[in-house]
Design a protein around this ligand. Structure first.
Ligand code: UDX
Length: 445
């Protein structure tokens, strides 16, 4: 099939690339010329495992074309995916400006019937707005075309987006049009060998499904963080409690990890947006408000433990930081706990020395630009030189089994604050470390 994908962010780029890998002819469009020029040269603007080789391969076969010329893409395709950003507006709602700008452009440039598929996360009812915008432009051109606007939310996780696209848990398509369903079913068939993974519904329910999925997961995390906080008070261990409840099939083990809060481009934004959508429709989304409040509080949980230990004045102290990205396998620091944690430590007078396998450039450029209290280290051990404690904020694999002997040599104190519960408390105690976890109040019998 012939496809256009508008927006070459991580969703658009992964979508376009994976469709081209299955033999479709894909035009990837972006208004950012710099980005398009880089992509043409095979330079990928983001770190996503497996993506680069697929881009290079399909580009050289001619199945994946990068251009800023939307007309070219639309003229040569019948299906157009919208995968542009919906950044959070000041009031917490999703900003639809980019989506509606694209709709306008489609209306101005389309010359034949098309299926327009919206992948961006948008408030319920946006598909109708996109359709109205396209139709308005077509009317001005005195052109009568059949344009179907469909919702097809994405469920890709950063760091495993290619894998998630290739082997999705489900593909959700929102439209009442049977012909469109047939076409999209064929397009997605290489990824959904199990037909139960292809779920069709009305367009508004599809739009709502995306918010419901992400806010359910965010709720699960905030719930586990709350249980962890209670565990600390009552002398229980969240690591055991997690196993104890995860074994119940109705609960399951996934996404049950307490930690120093969720971040990223989706959960924080989508929780806020759904609160706003609900409010705009006369409903007070109390659970979601608490999910958000608890997460904001949780991001500072390690700082609170440090203050308990050292007091409010941290001047003269240096902390080693392992992990800056909001999760492993990405350089994305949007809403990362590291940002709030480091800023707070600096505000209390401390210095930090940070190491992250991927995110240090971004950290230096965008998050701690003029902050002289933040230094960066070449590797995880250098980050510990003469530090008073280590804070582990992101569970990168390389932090999983470090050389504790080497760490002891570098650090002033054998002291670890672990925001991701990576180590065994007893083992660390045996080798002389003071070790603080999230939600582990167990003191030994
Ligand atoms: C999420 C959704 O999972 C994905 O389906 C959607 O399309 C986009 O948003 P992503 O933001 O890439 O994906 O990351 P994810 O792996 O879901 O993690 C989100 C945050 O939750 C991270 O900060 C992570 O550290 C945190 N998390 C996750 C926990 O704190 N505990 C867990 O058990 C799982």
């Amino acid at each position: 099939m012939k496809i256009t994908v508008i927006g070459t962010g991580y969703v658009g780029l992964v979508t376009g690339t994976c469709f081209s890998e299955m033999g479709n002819n894909v035009y990837c469009i972006d208004i950012d010329n710099g980005k398009i020029e880089c992509l043409k040269k095979g330079i990928i603007p983001l770190y996503e495992p497996g993506l680069e080789e697929l881009v290079l391969k399909n580009q050289s076969k001619g199945d994946l074309i990068f251009t800023n010329n939307l007309k070219d893409g639309l003229d040569n395709s019948n299906i157009c995916f919208i995968a542009v950003g919906t950044p959070m507006g000041e009031d917490g709602s999703a900003n639809l400006q980019y989506v509606l700008d694209v709709a306008k452009d489609i209306g101005k440039l389309a010359s034949h019937d098309m299926i327009v598929v919206n992948k961006s996360t948008v408030p319920v009812g946006t598909a109708d707005k996109v359709k109205a915008t396209i139709m308005q432009e077509l009317e001005q051109r005195n052109l009568k075309l059949n344009i179907e606007v469909v919702s097809n939310p994405e469920f890709l996780k950063e760091g495993s987006a290619v894998e998630d696209f290739m082997r999705p848990d489900r593909v959700v398509i929102g439209t009442g049009n049977e012909i469109v369903i047939g076409i999209l079913k064929e397009l997605y068939s290489p990824f959904t060998s199990n037909h139960e993974r292809f779920i069709t519904m009305d367009v508004r329910s599809a739009e709502m499904t995306k918010y419901a999925a992400n806010t359910m997961l965010a709720t699960r995390i905030s719930f586990m963080n709350e249980i962890a906080n209670i565990c600390e008070k009552v002398g229980a261990d969240i690591n055991n409690v997690r196993k104890g409840i995860g074994s119940d099939k109705r609960i399951g083990y996934n996404f049950l990890y307490a930690g120093c809060g969720y971040g990223g481009s989706c959960f924080p934004k989508d929780v806020k947006a759904l609160i706003k959508i609900a409010a705009n429709n006369g409903y007070d989304a109390n659970i979601l408000k608490e999910v958000e409040a608890l997460n904001n509080q949780q991001k500072l949980t390690l700082v609170r433990k440090i203050v308990d230990k050292f007091g409010e004045n941290l001047s003269g102290l240096t902390f080693g930081i392992w992990g800056l990205s909001f999760k492993p396998e990405t350089d994305d620091m949007r809403e990362a706990p590291s940002v709030v944690t480091i800023n707070k430590l600096c505000e209390l007078g401390a210095k930090v020395r940070a190491y992250d396998p991927q995110a240090m450039d971004i950290a230096e450029k965008y998050y701690f630009k003029d902050n002289k209290q933040v230094e960066y280290a070449e590797n995880k051990y250098d980050a510990l030189d003469k530090t008073h404690a280590l804070l582990l904020l992101t569970e990168w694999k390389e932090f999983r089994s470090p050389d504790f002997e080497e760490m002891s040599k570098r650090m002033i104190n054998r002291l670890i604050f672990d925001g991701r519960n990576q180590y065994n408390k007893e083992t660390l105690r045996e080798i002389g470390f003071e070790y603080h976890q999230i939600g582990n109040g167990y003191k030994g019998s």
